[in-house]
Design a protein around this ligand. Sequence first.
Ligand code: MEV
Length: 421
Amino acid sequence: MSSSRIKGFYQLSLEDRVNIVTQDKELTAEEKNILTGETIFPMSLADSMVENVIGQFSIPIGVAANFKVNGNDVFIPMATEEPSVIAAASNAARAAYDLGGFYTSSTGTIMRGQIQVLEVSDPHGAKARIFENKDEILANCNLKDPTLVKLGGGAKDLEVHLINTVRETMLVVHLLVDTKDAMGANAVNTMAEGVSPLIEKITGGRVVLRIITNLADKRLIRSRGVFSAQALGGPEVVKNIVSAYEFADADPYRAATHNKGVMNGITSVVLATGNDTRAVEAGAHAYASRTGRYRSLTTWEINEDGNLVGSIELPMAVGIIGGATKTHPVAKASLKIMNITSAVELAGIIASVGLAENAASLRALAAEGIQSGHMRLHAKNLAVMAGAKKENIDLIVQKAIHEKDLRYDRILQLTKEVQEG
Ligand code: MEV
């Protein structure tokens, strides 16, 4: 694509923004219309997605600008109801752009399915028998999904965990399934259910739960970026950002909010691409607790040039085939805007947005605080409610902020003064 670094992108008209993104990505008129809401999302489609449908709920999609991921410029669709999130990611990405943007790596696309076996009289012996029969178990799983196997995926390995619970030692088989470009829940759950009679035969136990785990620790994605100290506000701000990270990494109360900010970015892209936001969130928070304490998903350091180096690592179970990613026309348009060709590529972009979002939050918190940005947006919303015309909004907001008075009454008065002279 042409550069994602379009100066003043946020100041363009809605129409110009849509045209830039849709023309660059060669979206068809149909795709553009469904994205912008010109074509109403069909109720029949909504009705086929979930149960008891009575309507729809719209969330705005904005694109984050200034992102370069693995050397490629990309506009990133983000679906969110929260003001500032898209602007924040774009601002932080700008601080990283000239220093190369974001670089990603992945551990692959292996998901785990768990099979819970109860009432095993010899858990250690049963564990050994499972490994003796590993090839048969994996072959049995792979019979369930020949298409995935043909694509190079399928059940690749297994683990056996002995879990001491209040009443017994449970034997839990983990199927390790390469789900490739699918999120994989259907493939893994089908295999786990299908192979259970064989597991019962081998262990002599009783299988109950057969389900994917969202702690997808064999499907980790990493992103790294260097953010210009100057663009962030100088060495003092950078130092404060690092100590904000150290605070989060040491204190779960702060880590919860720190990671919430990371997820502001991540969930927005996961949602815009029709992926399962709860699966990704569950995986992220469980992974953040893997050392026994809930910690930061990101790390922040200062390099020898005084610039800020950020990195993030977390499970990222997202797909580009199957589910809403393929049935929801807006999700399809989002993938096309990013030119996504693999689930790993999408995961890398999502992690980069999470990292940028965290950089932006920490920068604001470490410098002026987040309220001034929020207040500006709040004032803008109030001005719109008060009937301010588009060309007058900035002036009204400026006056309200200058007066430090954001009561609706005052903004209504200011709107009248500005518009009626
Ligand atoms: C608000 O949605 C997110 C922040 O609270 C994140 C953070 O505190 O790091 C600003």
